[in-house]
Design a protein around this ligand. Sequence first.
Ligand code: DC
Length: 225
Amino acid sequence: MSQNATPVLTIDGPSGVGKGIIARIVAQKQNWNLLDSGAIYRAFALVVDTRKVEIYDEEALKEVAQTLDLEFKTKAGDELVSVYLDGKDVSKILRTEKTGEMASKIASIGVVRSALLKRQKDFAKMPGLVADGRDMGTTVFPDAPFKVYLTASADERANRRLKQLQTQGSKGIILQILAKVKARDERDSSRKHSPLKPAKDALIIDTTELSIDEVVTQVIALIEA
Ligand code: DC
């Protein structure tokens, strides 16, 4: 197990539940490293799309995984980590709904998941790691000492997404957002390889009625207990 003695906190859950912001705050407070595994799948999807790689071409998919030139930079004051692909800041395009959809589709392919596994495990470095995604606690870091699974109703997650779009100056239609949230939940949870589900030993936190601070407090309490 590559994570050896490094303490790892896994944060899994469906899209729009707030994993990214919670992971970022907890990592900052603990001074731990951060893995946004969704960003890896999103960047992978972006490259596959740009290079017009056929999704049934397993060798080509493996090649993309091996040559994926990704760098994460944490800038003070920014809510989320900046992501560089081939030296270019792709954070904005990476976080669009379209890229999320593409990532969700490509992430269901077994060969893609196994080709990206080591890259994710390598993030486990001292003094610790906060890893956010869908299968952090079940597949990537099954021996992690701290596991959290965040949930929230689909309505609440769609509302949060709408507010996020509005603060970015974009518009959205709540019913369309809700339909997308539900479709992504269904795809991520029903896939054969590493489906979205809580690890048996995860602390499940329903965030529907909780503020970000309240969730952070519960997560930090778990680490400190
Ligand atoms: O967390 P996110 O929205 O950035 O993730 C985008 C998609 O990537 C998500 O819908 C499914 C996939 N993903 C995954 O399959 N496993 C992960 N650990 C993280 C993301």
